[in-house]
Design a protein around this ligand. Sequence first.
Ligand SMILES: Cc1cc2nc3c(=O)[nH]c(=O)nc-3n(C[C@H](O)[C@H](O)[C@H](O)COP(=O)(O)OP(=O)(O)OC[C@H]3O[C@@H](n4cnc5c(N)ncnc54)[C@H](O)[C@@H]3O)c2cc1C
Length: 415
Amino acid sequence: MIDEWDVDELTAARLDEIRRHLATWRAAFDRSDQTDELPAELQDWMWTSGMLTLALPGRDGRPASTRMLCAVMEEMARHSGGLALLCLAQATGVTALMMAADDEQRARYRASVRDRHLVAFALSETRAGSDARSLETRIVDRGDHLEVSGAKWLITNADRAEHLIVFGRHIHRGDDHGVSAVVLDRGTPGLQVASNNDLFGMRGVPTASVIMKQVCVPWRNLLGRAGDGFALAMRTLDRSRPLVGAQAVGLGQAALDLSVQHCRKRQAFGRALAGIDGVRLMVADMAVAVDASRLLVRHAADAVDADRPGATSRSAAAKFFATDAAMRVAVDAIQLLGGYGCFRGRAPERIMRDAKVAQIYEGANQIQRLVVGRHVLGPTASATATHVVAGDLPESPRGGMPDGLVPADDAGLEA
Ligand SMILES: Cc1cc2nc3c(=O)[nH]c(=O)nc-3n(C[C@H](O)[C@H](O)[C@H](O)COP(=O)(O)OP(=O)(O)OC[C@H]3O[C@@H](n4cnc5c(N)ncnc54)[C@H](O)[C@@H]3O)c2cc1C
């Protein structure tokens, strides 16, 4: 079994420190699942320990490798999916910034992140999730500045981020020049963040909608060139999807650990559950699913770090395989825990809720399969395939969601 990441001494020591520290916060994680807030001291530790600046270039001018980020992510998710999401969302935002920024922007945002500011990655809209190219936010060229109007939803850390990377259609003299990315700073007039969403999974790090009404943005906040935003979003997701996979490995490992502990202790038919063949078969499947996920995540992380051809597909494969495996393992853990597994708010149920969310965010798992399918089979021949997203997706019809940013009730979701 693969228990440890193959990392250098310094990194291994750091991981040990993270492991030891997080073990002392168990009760706080349970509370944050109820309150949807991480304790301030824990957030403070995330900064002091460097967990929220890992994606910034270090002394050698390079950010932490994807492999290193994955190791950290797995460790955090073993304790709390939400805590791992805090680190993941920050790494995603900072990675996008650092990849696209020019020298002046890099220095500016690097200093800001070092000053403990969060960065949010705002791509999704109510009518553009999987079909990310359909986004409706407009970035209009007003000559001496850009003007951003539109709305985003389900944006992690939107309510507390200092910088929001917003993707929108670049309009110049009425013509659409593709998708651009701009940085909107907190407090800019016209920028509003709605109240946080009350989601069932990954609690402690809320998401919120963002509303932009003719927000004036200086040109120096444009990331990369006009029209390069979609490629930036996709390159960023290539780097963040292995992290979601690693987060799922941590969740799966936690569910497996709980099952093993319980099966060793719980007696049935005159012996421990662990001695019953049917139970052993289930646990074997769970252990192999976690292990296979870990290997696939490492494989993807290394491909991304080395910029290998096929990294996009490996990254998508790791994300869908590991999150699907975590969901199965979590459900099996609840089965093995029997009645003990059915209590609300306890670890097995929390892990299952977190794993479910991980199958959806950073691109639903069906989308990841389409990306892998495209890599294996080549693009589809259908006429609609000219409009692609995250690999190879037919353009979907508009509509589906009501205009409200957050569905008021279930009926809204059906609209
Ligand atoms: C906790 C959380 C945090 C998030 N954080 C962020 C963030 O920080 N920034 C951000 O930009 N977004 C964020 N999101 C949004 C997330 O990325 C989207 O929810 C996700 O991409 C899916 O989009 P959607 O919800 O619009 O689903 P839809 O696109 O409406 O799809 C719904 C479902 O339909 C199926 N489906 C869709 N298209 C296809 C297809 N072509 N083939 C087969 N099946 C298909 C899939 O099962 C999919 O789950 C977050 C979401 C959550 C839940």
